[in-house]
Design a protein around this ligand. Structure first.
Ligand code: ARG
Length: 465
């Protein structure tokens, strides 16, 4: 009887008089999805075992056996030879069972002073920390790609829109750098989230802590955690860090989605501002002329699932009393999918944004329509001493005249312009050009080519560090 764990499937069988049905087994098992944390589960177990040995709870021989056994298990997993069994519910029990098979009693001692509750919380944190580091790196690469393109396109002018109506001319480089700002904030958010991910739950055991004199700080150091969780009940039940990550992931995808929306519009033949490389587009099975921007469209669509995971996790947690409840097993699939979606999306976008082909003529032609320099004319009058509100009114009259004549402000002669206000001189034509308009906005945060070049360079310098 005492050898039950080695022989029977379930870790807690002695207490039960009948087995669970196959459906319940499938319903309650998590091994099909949590096995992706195996490497981190082993990493956590090794740190725990090493600490148990350091305080004399495991012998040196047991520790060596555990290390060797885990080494072998990791190889089996890496080589796809490990036999995962849903009879053993989750990644933790599968690995532990195999360890006992390989090394016997030393394997059975590993779980001293530990519970799957603090174990799983530790695994998720280790796994997520790694994903965060990857996502931060990808965001940096995407910013670099945007900054490089911005540097090339510092002088390219397109209409800037408000309400999707032509507003004022902007440089394409400036427009791209707006997204670099968003992705920069996303990286900051992830770095901040990482601080709260990077705390050690082990030592909390099932919920109340443990009667063994564990050295939690030592385990934290071994695993590279900045701190230990300071309340055992909170340590096993907290998933705030996962919610924070999903929230940051949802923001990343929202930014990707906004950018995608623009890429899709710009690629429409009606607009024709850009082309994406063919490898990010697909054709139609029926309409031979089509080249569809599938990647940005799908990215826009995938934003929905990440938003869903955020709401899913918030809802998962809202009704749970302290401490661990089985509900928590539902934290993983959404979290994994959010991280996968962000990782794949960012990886593809780094490549895609590096190869955007720009049609500067189409952009310029669009900027010449819609009186994009009307504000510049008003500002010119203000500089001549006219109050802004009056200047606004004068220009509104001029725009109306142009609309009737179907011409641009710059097409009016000096005499015609002077009819709206006699203070207008022939230096006005410089002001009414697209180049004059953007160049005038050279303050920090402005759209002038000099400023765009400086900002793009600043981002490139940052990423080179
Ligand atoms: N598979 C479980 C999870 O994902 C591990 C912890 C189980 N703990 C327990 N007491 N049933 O959360």
């Amino acid at each position: 009887m005492h050898n039950q764990f080695a022989n029977k499937a379930q870790a807690w069988s002695a207490r039960f008089s009948e087995p669970v049905s196959d459906l319940v087994k499938r319903y309650t098992a998590s091994v099909n999805f949590d096995q992706r944390m195996a490497r981190f589960d082993i990493q956590g177990s090794l740190a725990h075992a090493e600490m148990l040995a350091s305080i004399g709870i495991l012998s040196a021989a047991d520790l060596t056996a555990i290390q060797k056994g885990m080494d072998r298990i990791l190889t089996e997993i890496d080589e796809g030879r490990f036999e995962w069994s849903i009879d053993l519910e989750d990644v933790h029990l599968n690995i532990e069972k195999r360890l006992v098979e390989l090394i016997g009693d030393a394997g059975k001692r590993l779980h001293t002073g530990r519970s799957r509750n603090d174990q799983v919380a530790t695994d998720i944190r280790l796994w997520l920390r790694n994903e965060i580091d990857i996502a931060i790196d990808l965001l940096g690469q995407l910013r670099t790609a945007l900054a490089r393109l911005a540097l090339e396109q510092a002088e390219t002018i397109l209409p800037g829109f408000t309400h999707l109506q032509v507003a004022q001319p902007v440089t394409f480089g400036h427009h791209l750098l707006a997204y670099a700002e968003m992705f920069g904030r996303d990286a900051e958010r992830l770095a901040d989230c990482r601080r709260r991910v990077n705390r050690l739950p082990l030592g909390a055991a099932a919920l109340a802590g443990t009667s063994y004199p564990l050295d939690r700080e030592r385990v934290a150091r071994t695993l590279g955690f900045d701190e230990v969780c300071r309340n055992s009940l909170d340590a096993v039940s907290d998933r705030d860090f996962a919610i924070e990550f999903c929230s940051a992931a949802a923001l990343i995808m929202m930014h990707i989605s906004r950018m995608s929306e623009e890429l899709i519009l710009w690629m429409s033949p009606r607009i024709g501002f850009i082309q994406l490389a063919d490898r990010f587009c697909t054709g139609s099975s029926i309409m031979p002329q089509k080249k569809n921007p599938d990647v940005p469209e799908l990215a826009r669509g995938k934003t929905g699932r990440v938003n869903g995971h955020l709401i899913g996790l918030l809802t998962l947690m809202k009704g749970q009393p302290l401490a661990y409840n089985k509900d928590n097993q539902e934290d993983k699939e959404g979290l994994f999918d959010a991280a996968d979606t962000v990782r794949d999306t960012l990886t593809i976008f780094v490549d895609m944004m590096s190869g955007v082909k720009v049609n500067a003529q189409a952009m310029r032609a669009a900027a010449l329509q819609g009186f994009a320099t009307a504000t510049d004319l008003a500002d010119y009058l203000v500089k001549k001493g006219i109050p802004f509100r009056d200047a606004h009114e004068i220009v509104a009259h001029a725009v109306r005249t142009c609309e009737q004549r179907q011409c641009d402000l710059a097409d009016l002669s000096l005499q015609e312009l002077q009819a709206f206000n006699p203070l207008i001189q022939d230096d006005i034509f410089q002001v009414l050009t697209l180049e004059g308009s953007v160049a005038a906005r050279s303050h920090t945060g402005g759209t002038a080519p000099v400023r765009v070049r400086a900002e793009a360079q600043r981002i490139l310098d940052q990423s080179a560090q």
